[in-house]
Design a protein around this ligand. Structure first.
Ligand code: FAD
Length: 289
């Protein structure tokens, strides 16, 4: 179908973009890769009167190594993340997750900022960013603010961003010494989205016990979540396979799993445990060197 008519704006600076977003309010929408927004507009599920294309704002398109942390601009594409040699060395969870998204065309156009602003319950990035305890940076005509990822995903397709706010960058901690990252996903055979996706970052102490574990899970419920109950079982404990099994059993604890024609709620909850164990095993193996 053909979208309703709209005016197209191409700001060159962030301040120009936030001014436009404030001016148009609910009648405006930010356009990044367009891979989620344009299909919605074609189906007339979204009908913005103004599209604010942020693709030409140079400062939003960079990946920066800031030492202990790495900052990813909102319009960095999935492909840029997948192919960055710096990230493969400094934060391998990001390229590993990016490689699991859709197909080459989707990865070439889709952006990390667009993905998390859209907040699809089966998107891959939310799992990785929850596991890494990312910080989200946003700007509006009123100024800038940071949102912890734990507060960012509010509900199905709903985030903590205000309507006239533009997500500008995402900051994540680099992989520390004795750390290991992994992403384990069961992709839907038709759409490629996650039936379940589990991201893990594990940091071992000098004796090989688990000093820190971050586990983010997508695909199971209306929004991605951090599996705190899994992390609690692991913290300070030896990384035995019995312990991983015991911890993974808590993967869907407190979550109302979604059922659909492809996977029942019960099956999804079971998959959460299975893929959590797989992601943890791989992350620990990598952390052990
Ligand atoms: P857009 O479509 O441009 O925008 C999406 C929404 O976010 C809009 O509401 C827009 O206004 C808002 N927005 C965008 N950027 C910002 C910003 N900086 N600040 C504030 N609001 C913003 N995703 C997966 O995770 N896994 C998959 O396997 C997968 N498979 C796919 C397969 C197909 C065939 C398609 C079409 C998409 C698939 N996707 C998948 C989704 C894809 O990753 C999209 O690129 C992503 O969800 C949206 O990013 P975008 O840059 O295209 O955003």
């Amino acid at each position: 179908m053909i979208p309703q008519s709209f005016e197209y704006h191409l700001p060159k600076t962030l301040s120009e973009a936030t001014r436009l977003a404030a001016k148009f309010g609910d009648e405006g929408k930010v356009l990044a890769g367009g891979h989620s927004l344009i299909p919605l507009m074609k189906l007339r599920l979204a009908a913005p009167k103004h599209l604010i294309d942020i693709g030409r704002i140079a400062e939003l398109g960079a990946i920066r190594d800031e030492g202990e942390r790495i900052r990813i601009g909102a319009t960095v594409t999935h492909f840029q993340l997948e192919s960055s040699e710096m990230l493969k060395a400094r934060c391998p969870l990001l390229p590993e997750t990016a490689a699991e998204i859709g197909d080459v065309q989707v990865r070439n156009k889709g952006t990390i900022g667009g993905s998390i602003a859209h907040a699809d319950p089966a998107a891959d990035w939310p799992a990785a960013l929850l596991a890494l305890d990312a910080e989200i940076h946003a700007a509006s005509a009123q100024g800038e603010r940071s949102i912890p990822i734990a507060e960012f995903f509010v509900d199905l397709l709903t985030t903590a961003l205000e309507p006239a706010e533009i997500l500008t960058s995402i900051s994540v901690p680099a992989l520390p010494a004795r750390g290991g990252d992994a992403y384990a996903k069961l992709a839907h055979p038709a759409s490629g989205f996650a039936v379940v996706g589990v991201a893990a970052r594990v940091v071992l102490d000098e004796k090989g016990s688990i000093a820190q574990a971050g586990v983010g899970i997508t695909g199971i419920g209306p929004k991605a979540y951090r599996a705190a109950a899994v992390e609690d079982v692991l913290r300070g404990k030896a990384a035995s396979s019995k312990r991983l099994q015991e911890a993974s059993a808590h993967a869907a604890e407190g979550i109302e799993a979604t059922g659909d024609i492809y996977a029942s709620a019960e099956y999804r909850a079971h998959l959460a445990s299975v893929y959590t164990r797989r992601a943890l095993e791989k992350a620990i193996e990598r952390a052990s060197g």
